[in-house]
Design a protein around this ligand. Structure first.
Ligand SMILES: CC(C)(COP(=O)(O)OP(=O)(O)OC[C@H]1O[C@@H](n2cnc3c(N)ncnc32)[C@H](O)[C@@H]1OP(=O)(O)O)[C@@H](O)C(=O)NCCC(=O)NCCS
Length: 185
């Protein structure tokens, strides 16, 4: 994050931290334990076979974070890792960023991702000079669509068969939030 910041405080318990090599073991354990749940809509889960893969993910994230092409963060509840929230693409010339997220299965239903998105949206609009934030969600993933809807994103349309996952095509729902929508919130 800018100005040497390594965390964004979301609430009393929740914090977004920049990925560190020391998080690799705990992060891998969550993905390994919850692969059946996570892999349903996340295409990278099957590529995480051993701890080294998570370590590689963290190192790559650090490089992209530093270069400003992404902003990957790990979600902490107290001192426990519970998920990840990232600007998975930052298009600086067009001032567009896309949000991606996942949450540990047993941490669902508390608003952790909604609140974390609210925080990263504020940071993105205020600090990164981005004008448009997108969220793309597979059409059957209704739980995930609740997040942009709750945050006042506009549903712009359906991208037909834009996701190819496990030999099947899925439509993607495209949501966006423009800085001027957000400022009037
Ligand atoms: C998609 C995913 C992040 C949704 O998790 P979630 O817990 O529903 O999302 P949030 O943390 O924002 O919590 C919202 C839920 O908490 C409830 N909630 C409780 N307190 C809340 C609060 N203070 N604020 C907002 N919501 C609150 C909401 O009603 C909602 O529950 P509902 O869906 O039953 O109505 C999670 O299911 C997941 O990681 N799935 C696997 C990976 C995935 O699909 N990633 C997204 C790819 S696009």
């Amino acid at each position: 994050m800018k100005n040497g910041k390594t965390t964004l405080k979301v609430s009393k318990d929740i914090e977004l931290r920049l990925p560190q090599v020391s998080y690799a073991d705990e992060l891998f354990c969550i993905v390994d334990r919850e692969r059946t749940y996570l892999r349903t809509w996340l295409n990278w889960v099957d590529d995480v076979k051993k701890k080294e893969n998570t370590l590689e993910f963290i190192r790559t994230s650090q490089v992209f974070n530093k270069g400003g092409q992404r902003l990957s963060t790990i979600i902490f509840k107290g001192e426990q890792i519970v998920g990840s929230l990232s600007l998975i693409k930052i298009n600086k010339p067009q001032k567009i960023a896309e949000i991606g997220y996942w949450l540990s299965e047993h941490q669902q239903g508390q608003g952790i991702i909604t609140d974390s998105c609210r925080r990263i949206i504020e940071y993105t609009f205020r600090t990164l000079d981005i004008n448009r934030i997108e969220i793309r969600v597979a059409s059957p993933n209704k739980k995930s669509q609740g997040i942009p809807r709750r945050l006042g994103f506009i549903h712009e349309g359906t991208l037909r068969e834009a996701l190819f996952l496990y030999d099947n095509y899925f439509d993607l729902e495209l949501f966006s939030l423009i800085r001027s929508d957000w400022q009037t919130d």
